[in-house]
Design a protein around this ligand. Structure first.
Ligand SMILES: [Zn+2]
Length: 249
């Protein structure tokens, strides 16, 4: 079963067998996404995809979704208005407080679902330390900064490793899922920015790569139809991960 912990009483949580429980922590961001997409793009994609998945997936264990962390590690976008960033130490500390609290009640598995590439290295770096220190197994799904979208390549014109920020994937997804927040008139070829990131330089800032609009990708290629296919892809991909976790011992 997959449900929101927000809607449960403490007594309902207390009677669950801890060995049947996975906590789920969605982590997004509040950061510029070019001129066509809103600051909450990662957060909106995260919430809609998890909600859609929860309507379909069948799980024998108890997956309890915690409230989202709506902010992320977004220093690369901090030159653009509205962006709020948390430092790596803050995010790690936040998760550690959750781990300590859940461990107090005997819960020992956490799934982090992260929709912002800039957060991914934090969870990858800490997972082993957290397991040792807290006795909590941390599973981590990263939409970006991983191969999550590799199998969606046939749906896209842009190579997935070049669809870095606010491009074809995110713009299409929101054009379909939440059309009211997508500014199609700003998703023009003139605003597209195609960049090859060098793997020897992780310090890139969007002000250097895309000073005029912040986009790093090809949002002009976005269509609601692609978005519909990506929407299906994302929730089904999530469901496949959760089904796998459901069978883990
Ligand atoms: Zn994003």
């Amino acid at each position: 079963m997959y449900r929101s912990i927000n809607t449960m009483t403490w007594a309902e949580v207390a009677k669950l067998d801890p060995d049947s429980v996975f906590y789920v922590l969605p982590v997004g961001s509040l950061e510029q996404h070019g001129r066509a997409l809103p600051l909450g793009t990662d957060d909106l994609i995260l919430s809609t995809s998890l909600e859609e998945m929860s309507r379909h997936v069948e799980l024998k264990n108890n997956f309890l979704q915690l409230p989202n962390l709506h902010y992320g590690n977004s220093f690369e976008h901090l030159d653009f208005s509205g962006t709020i960033t948390l430092g790596c130490a803050c995010i790690a500390g936040f998760v550690e407080e959750i781990l300590a609290s859940m461990r107090k009640h005997g819960f020992h598995r956490l799934v982090v679902v992260n929709s912002h590439g800039g957060n991914a290295p934090i969870f990858q770096a800490y997972a082993q330390e957290w397991e040792q220190k807290f006795g909590v197994r941390v599973y981590n799904i990263n939409y970006f900064g991983s191969d999550f979208f590799v199998e969606a390549q046939s749906l896209l014109q842009t190579p997935v490793n070049h669809d870095i920020h606010g491009g074809e994937i995110e713009a299409s997804y929101l054009a379909y899922a939440l059309p009211g927040v997508f500014h199609a008139e700003e998703a023009t070829p003139e605003n597209d920015v195609f960049v090859s990131l060098k793997d020897y330089y992780y310090g890139w800032l969007s002000r250097d790569l895309s000073p005029d609009n912040g986009l790093i990708g090809m949002a002009s290629r976005a269509t609601p139809e692609k978005g519909r296919l990506l929407y299906e892809y994302v929730w089904k991909k999530l469901a496949s991960y959760f089904t796998e976790f459901d069978q883990a011992r």
